[in-house]
Design a binder for this molecule. Structure first.
Ligand SMILES: [Zn+2]
Length: 329
């Protein structure tokens, strides 16, 4: 679906397609345990979270140089633009790279190289969001933040991702305070597999402005009332929720109920190379499986721009919103 939209929940490492993985493996002399792109493509049909994470981290071995990260981001931006994405706020996981010896500066500057030229090359404006792995220690997150200080002019916000249960937001209070003091915006994954209490903690302890996923908020009516009152954006990723078994099928997804409740919901693709679709595919999939009309789809697209970190360019936001309003299905 080509309606203009912003992508607000997108892990750049989750956009690595088998063809690019093989090309980078060859360029860097990395051996992949797959004979062909077809065999690798089959491995992408994993059955659970652990097999997804195993593959996800194994493939990162092919990303080594600034050019690799620039190529990864550029390939994503080309695909996104072809599916109507006009603005992309891109997550990256520095610890997944520094842990295997790739300097943080290589990652940030490589990604920034592609993001800087995205408006001209793809017609897409961008922001970069640095995420901490919540199954790593709070100290590791703080060390990562300190290492990123020379690059903070490239980074708009911090986020929190990876395995949620057992790693409540409050564990990362200190690094979020440091990020706030440095003038960064704050988001966090919460209420994907973790309980509604984690959503409250992300808001109250970390001071986040958006909740990534947040679908389990629906179990807590008081929390829903608060999220509606404050119009806290939730970056929902239905294809990811199905693949990782947070919901059984797309038809069971709470997206329509979330919209009915008045929540500020946006639609996103999370790790599109692994979860079966980019932003436009996601709009198509929910439109096909859920009782959503054109008004709902337009509202989701409008919300994505309203929730975007475009406060420093309200003119651009207004232009994008006008494009949504002018769109014909
Ligand atoms: Zn995510």
């Amino acid at each position: 679906m080509s309606i203009p939209k912003a992508e607000l929940h997108l892990h750049i490492e989750g956009t690595l397609e088998p063809e690019l993985a093989f090309a980078l493996a060859e360029r860097n002399g990395v051996d992949l345990p797959y004979a062909s792109t077809e065999e690798l493509r089959q491995a992408y049909s994993f059955s659970d979270l652990q097999s997804f994470l195993d593959l996800y981290y194994a493939l990162m071995a092919v990303l080594r140089t600034e050019q690799d990260f620039a190529d990864l981001a550029d390939a994503y931006l080309a695909r996104a633009a072809a599916q109507g994405v006009r603005h992309a706020e891109v997550f990256f996981d520095p610890q997944a790279h520094t842990a295997r010896g790739v300097p943080l500066g290589t990652v940030v500057e490589g990604l920034a190289r592609a993001l800087d030229r995205a408006p001209e090359r793809h017609g897409v404006s961008t922001r970069l969001i640095m995420c901490f792995l919540r199954d790593e220690s709070a100290e590791s997150a703080l060390e990562t933040f300190e290492a990123a200080r020379p690059h903070l002019h490239r980074i708009s916000a911090v986020g929190l991702d990876s395995a949620e249960v057992g790693h409540p937001p409050s564990k990362f209070r200190a690094v979020y305070e440091a990020a706030a003091a440095a003038g960064l915006r704050r988001v966090a994954h919460a209420g994907e597999e973790g309980p509604p209490a984690y959503v409250r903690e992300a808001l109250d302890v970390l001071g986040v402005e958006r909740i990534d996923h947040g679908i389990r908020s629906m179990e807590d009516p008081d929390l829903v009332a608060r999220l509606v009152r404050d119009q806290v954006p939730l970056t929902v990723c239905p294809l990811s929720n199905v693949r990782l078994r947070c919901v059984d099928t797309l038809a069971d997804h709470p997206l329509p109920a979330m919209l009915d409740a008045g929540l500020m919901v946006t639609l996103n693709s999370d790790d599109p190379a692994y979860f079966g679709g980019y932003a436009g595919d996601t709009f198509d999939a929910v439109a096909g499986a859920l009782p959503l009309g054109e008004d709902d789809l337009r509202r989701l697209a409008r919300n994505s721009f309203l929730a975007a970190f475009l406060d420093d360019d309200e003119e651009l936001r207004a232009r994008y919103l006008a494009e949504v309003d002018a769109h014909r299905f």
